[in-house]
Design a protein around this ligand. Structure first.
Ligand SMILES: C[S@@+](CC[C@H](N)C(=O)[O-])C[C@H]1O[C@@H](n2cnc3c(N)ncnc32)[C@H](O)[C@@H]1O
Length: 279
């Protein structure tokens, strides 16, 4: 079972998300274990202080390293050794080897594979479907959610394996970004989605944006469902869907087509679209 632990100052934010819909069902079925842990419990002082003013002055508060290190160490059942710096690994290399990078001083925990310790951070690698697919291969993910101005740099340098951003904007905390990553990873785990909601044709999984969908009624306010979808001709429907996915991607996200393996029919269709556009 995949395990995901979130270190946060606001564990209650995860209650609804972890209990509802597909994530809630995945937990009930024992496919994933999702836990939100308050790292204030690891403050080590009677006031529960987890942040402090920045050295060098300036505004904002900085999350102290000790509570976060202690919380991670509690999950690992092991102390992080002083010089056991976790390298922020090259993600391609990780995919290639298909397993977590072994780290000196911090051996694998749980079922045997070293956990990924992920810092939610607007300065991190931008989260993508490829990254979700990569993380879905792991056994244990630990997310660290920041708040306030930032983290003490030693957390970044000596504790985490990955830094993830959900986009080029700044939120008040790492909770919503962590929920985003957890949701997209969970839906890729075996057994989580039924066949009827397979992730295989989703946008980005195929490398393309997904084709348009229609449901009943056949005609709504004068707008009709394309005839081809009512034809019952599966091969033609598949071809239509492929072409519409290509059209949508070309119009909205042409960058996704770069480097994508395309069939002869795909290339001919894109050429035709371009010619139609130029007319
Ligand atoms: C107000 S932000 C801190 C931003 C920081 N001062 C900077 O300029 O990089 C507080 C926390 O929210 C989370 N956060 C904000 N935006 C994020 C994003 N785009 N992706 C991931 N986490 C984000 C991070 O955990 C961050 O530590």
């Amino acid at each position: 079972m995949m395990r995901m632990d979130v270190l946060t100052l606001f564990p209650e934010m995860f209650d609804g998300v972890f209990q509802s819909s597909i994530l809630g069902k995945a937990r009930e079925k024992g496919l994933v274990s999702l836990n939100a842990i308050n790292f204030r419990d690891y403050a080590g002082n009677k006031h529960g202080t987890v942040d402090d003013t920045p050295y060098g002055g300036g505004g904002g508060m900085v999350l102290k390293p000790d509570p976060i290190f202690r919380a991670v160490e509690d999950l690992l059942g092991k102390e992080v050794e002083e010089d056991a710096a976790w390298q922020c690994p090259d993600s391609d290399e990780r995919v290639e080897h298909g397993q977590a990078v072994p780290v000196e001083g911090m051996q694998a925990t749980l079922q045997g594979k070293a956990p990924r310790i992920i810092l939610m951070c607007p300065q991190g690698e931008t989260f993508t479907q490829r990254k979700a697919e990569e993380l879905a291969q792991e056994e244990h993910l630990i997310f660290i959610c920041g708040h306030y101005e930032g983290y003490d740099e030693r957390i970044r340098e000596h504790l985490v394996t990955d830094e993830l951003s959900i986009g080029d904007y700044v939120l008040t905390g790492g909770e919503i970004p962590a929920m985003t990553v957890i949701d997209s990873v969970t839906r890729l785990l075996p057994g989580v989605l039924g066949n009827e909601t397979s992730a295989v044709t989703d946008s980005f999984s195929t490398g393309l944006l997904e084709y348009p969908h229609y449901t009943r009624p056949v005609e709504f306010r004068g707008w009709k469902v394309p005839d081809i979808l009512l034809s019952g001709h599966h091969a033609n429907i598949e071809l239509w869907r492929r072409r519409e996915a290509l059209r949508r991607t070309w119009l909205r996200r042409p960058d996704l087509l770069e480097g994508l393996e395309l069939s002869r029919d795909d290339i001919a269709w894109l050429k035709q679209l371009k010619e139609e556009m130029d007319q």
